[in-house]
Write a protein that binds this ligand. Structure first.
Ligand code: SIN
Length: 283
């Protein structure tokens, strides 16, 4: 085990922090991982630069937060089946995750978090934005909080917007037409305001990629309030924007964060490895 001391520095007013002083390819020990975990709860998304990680090492780091699960519809790597590769080739126009979302809220037990590692990045562009759903909830009026308290959101995998239906995901051999039909039937119901199981804080839990309605209401009836909440959730003051470099690893908390992969680098290649940490049913 190697002695390491971490240094955590915030990157924006609402969420996000850089973590310095850790080499994740070495066994950093429980104390360092406890400090990283506390920083993860305090800042919602962490950026750890200059790492040299194999897929099994990335999976081992991700497992420090909990067991990993396989991403729906996408085949994992040979040497680390819990890691998927996200690639946008120079000739492709659609990216993976190019919409504000919290990951796979159409599952009954959506992921706790995500660990994303940059292997190839464009010269400029390809940043990822993050938004803090605690701050989004806290900024609502008491009247709106009362309206939202009993509401349940219905999420669907069927919207087929660019989040999660990128080329190489939706159109290659890992995603057959039958799988696409199955995707259309995958739905889950979650509270519109969820309580974070570790911090006890309330977070807004509605997103443009997957939330289609409120339980007991039609899509048309639900639409205006869903649209208001989705716009409100990503107000600039609740966000940070991260510029990737090769070797950067990010870990974010899907229970209180939305993210958006910016698609502004056509003609260049961007390649990432992604691990998904198993989560609990939101309450
Ligand atoms: C995602 O997980 O939605 C993709 C994020 C990214 O590639 O920046």
């Amino acid at each position: 085990m190697v002695e390491q001391t971490i240094d955590v520095r915030r990157v924006a007013g609402s969420l996000g922090a850089d973590v310095f002083g850790v080499d994740l390819s070495k066994d950093a020990g429980n104390q360092v991982h406890d400090e990283i975990h506390q920083a993860f709860l305090d800042h919602q998304v962490l950026f750890i630069r200059d790492q040299k990680l194999t897929p099994p090492q990335q999976a081992a780091f991700a497992r420090r937060f909990g067991p990993l699960n396989e991403y729906p519809f996408v085949k994992g790597l040979e040497d680390a089946p819990e890691i998927i590769e996200i690639v946008k080739e120079p000739d492709e126009k659609i990216n993976f995750g190019g919409i504000w979302h919290s990951d796979t809220t159409y599952l009954d037990d959506p992921p706790l978090g995500t660990v994303l590692y940059a292997l190839e990045v464009p010269a400029v562009g390809g940043d990822t934005m993050y938004a803090n759903m605690y701050d989004a909830y806290d900024a609502l009026s008491d009247g709106m909080k009362r309206i939202l308290a009993p509401l349940v959101g219905v999420s669907s995998a069927a919207l087929r917007r660019s989040g999660g239906r990128a080329k190489g995901i939706g159109e290659d051999s890992s995603m057959t037409p039958q799988n696409l039909d199955i995707a259309a039937t995958i739905m889950a119901e979650h509270p519109v305001v969820r309580t974070h199981p570790e911090t006890g804080r309330k977070a807004l839990y509605v997103n443009s990629a997957h939330t289609v309605s409120f339980k007991g209401m039609t899509r048309e009836e639900s639409k205006p309030l869903i649209e208001f909440l989705c716009d409100h959730a990503v107000r600039p003051e609740f966000t940070c924007r991260f510029q990737w470099a090769v070797g950067t690893l990010a870990v974010w908390d899907n229970r209180c964060v939305q993210h958006f992969a910016i698609n502004d680098y056509h003609g260049e290649r961007r390649r990432m490895h992604r691990a998904t940490i198993t989560g609990d049913r939101p309450h």
